[in-house]
Design a protein around this ligand. Structure first.
Ligand code: ADP
Ligand code: MG
Length: 225
């Protein structure tokens, strides 16, 4: 076979692959931008609100949207377009929440230990939303007044594609009467439903602060092909 023909064919495939990568990047960029526009619209609408509770609802909605936008931003910047660097994602997410709730790192220390783990986009978004709720709650409730302490986020890859995610704080702990099945607060309900969606399970510990342990299985990237 003519070697130049073969070379030409190879080049063609390479170019076509490169084009697809660029397109995919472009889409992530656009999704991120659209989510940012939604967030800005919510912000503009909330600016004139007087009622504090209503303002908080808007702020939390913006946070949730941001946690998703950040996944697309990370994908857009990642070399591997199917996976994100969880470590920088979680750090950015947490930092943004510290700023939102005006909590200084002198008051609440953030400790992170994130193992390199490959997450598909859906799971990354669901994990991001779970983390958004749990970190928000820790910042809002664990350290009232002058109380200081630590929030810790640990993510470990276990055998058989299992992942263990631990979000804990050294704060005041959950209220005595706390019942996760009580259906009146959106945050915890959201966490439960997201854990379900990633086919995970969750345990809550309530001594020396609050700890949420979540286990779930990651997708098999090889299986998809
Ligand atoms: N890390 C925590 N430390 C102390 N209390 C918490 C923590 N996380 C949740 N809570 C309690 O659980 C309640 C329910 O949380 P959530 O469902 O997220 O609702 P919301 O954040 O809107 O109040 C909170 O109002 C708070 O009393
Ligand atoms: Mg909450």
């Amino acid at each position: 076979m003519d070697i130049t023909e073969q070379k030409k064919a190879q080049e063609k495939i390479k170019t076509s692959l490169k084009e697809k990568e660029i397109l995919l990047k472009e889409i992530h960029h656009r999704v991120k931008n659209s989510l940012q526009v939604i967030s800005s619209l919510l912000y503009l609408q909330s600016k004139d609100l007087k009622d504090e509770e209503t303002v908080n609802i808007f702020v939390e909605s913006q946070n949730r949207i941001r946690s998703m936008a950040l996944v697309h931003e990370k994908l857009y910047r990642s070399k591997n377009l199917a996976q994100i660097n969880l470590s920088t994602y979680i750090r950015d997410l947490a930092n943004a929440l510290f700023r939102t709730y005006l909590i200084s790192v002198n008051k609440v220390k953030l400790v992170m230990d994130i193992q390199k783990t490959a997450l598909d986009i859906d799971t990354a978004i669901q994990c991001g939303l779970i983390l958004n709720e749990l970190i928000s709650n820790a910042l809002k409730y664990a350290f009232p007044k002058d109380l200081s302490g630590e929030i810790s986020i640990v993510l470990k890859s276990k055998q058989n594609r299992m992942v263990e995610l631990l979000v804990s704080d050294t704060g005041v702990g959950l209220p005595d009467h706390f019942d996760i099945t009580e259906k009146n607060s959106l945050g915890m309900r959201l966490v439960e439903s997201l854990v379900d969606q990633i086919h995970g399970r969750m345990e809550i510990e309530n001594n020396n602060g609050t700890a949420f342990k979540i286990w779930f299985k990651t997708k098999d990237f090889a299986e998809e092909k």
